[in-house]
Design a protein around this ligand. Structure first.
Ligand SMILES: C[S@@+](CC[C@H](N)C(=O)[O-])C[C@H]1O[C@@H](n2cnc3c(N)ncnc32)[C@H](O)[C@@H]1O
Length: 252
């Protein structure tokens, strides 16, 4: 209703009568939402760390839970002299763009296998005026500039972590509207992509650098095992303001 009226939610006047045009528009939006379409698709935008991202179909819709990954990443970047961050599986770039915005001294690279997502990430960063983030299309580190090997302070990854067999049980607003490759890596536990990122990540990290991985609460133990096997230490599971995910942190 606020969207149709062009006002903030708290400014909706319940006594106001809708004219026929707005009524029609409102009914249409309600019909789409009732069909499972995510709010962010309907509105065409979402707020993430006080930045407004344009949302179009064809990519993963950023989740509010990922704001905590940004907080964790920014905290670690601020303590570094010339901070560098790589956000793997960046999607439309919420984590990379917000971290770059919050730590203007940092150089941030976001990378995703989907060219469409990367196009959207670039467009959003440009529109938001965030200049210290660069996006690349490729498989994990495949398109990250080679000169950054051994120079990265923080790697973040919010991977597609839903186990292959669980995709069909996701809510309609997820499985019906987001591309499958953004939800699952098609492995039994949904941890293969993280495993690869963790293994490859160590040669990109500076000594003492961090890998931050957003995982579902029920996979924290398994993800911890994956990161430990790849050689990470000081492993900790951290919890933000939502109960949807945890951020597993480890030093490379
Ligand atoms: C759960 S979404 C997260 C997107 C973004 N980090 C966010 O929080 O909004 C997972 C992303 O992983 C990307 N992806 C899947 N396989 C990949 C791969 N092998 N290399 C890089 N990105 C990949 C998908 O295209 C998708 O954008």
């Amino acid at each position: 209703m606020a969207h149709v009226l062009g006002v903030e939610e708290e400014d909706i006047d319940p006594r106001e009568r809708l004219d026929a045009r707005r009524r029609k528009r409102f009914d249409e939006l309600i019909r789409r939402r009732a069909g499972g379409e995510p709010m962010a698709h309907i509105l065409g935008y979402m707020e993430f760390r006080d930045l407004r991202f344009r949302i179009r179909p064809g990519a993963f819709v950023p989740r509010q839970s990922s704001e905590f990954t940004v907080v964790q990443a920014a905290r670690r970047l601020r303590g570094r002299r010339r901070p560098v961050m790589v956000d793997l599986a960046t999607g439309i770039g919420p984590i990379a763009t917000a971290a770059a915005h919050e730590v203007p001294r940092a150089r941030v690279h976001g990378t995703d296998i989907s060219a469409d997502a990367v196009r959207q990430a670039r467009a959003n960063a440009r529109e938001l005026g965030v200049r210290n983030v660069t996006f690349h299309t490729g498989d994990l580190f495949g398109a990250v500039p080679g000169g950054l090997k051994g120079q990265v302070d923080v790697i973040t990854i919010h991977a597609p972590y839903v186990p292959r067999d669980e995709v069909e049980y996701l809510p309609l607003e997820v499985r019906g509207f987001e591309p499958e490759h953004t939800l699952t890596d098609y492995s039994d536990l949904g941890l293969d992509l993280l495993g690869r990122a963790a293994a490859e990540g160590r040669e990109w990290l500076r000594p003492g650098g961090w890998l931050l991985s957003e995982v579902s609460p029920d996979r924290v133990r398994a993800a911890r095992t994956v990161m430990r096997a790849a050689g990470y230490r000081d492993l900790r599971s951290t919890r933000g303001w939502t109960d949807v995910t945890r951020v597993l942190v480890g030093r490379g």
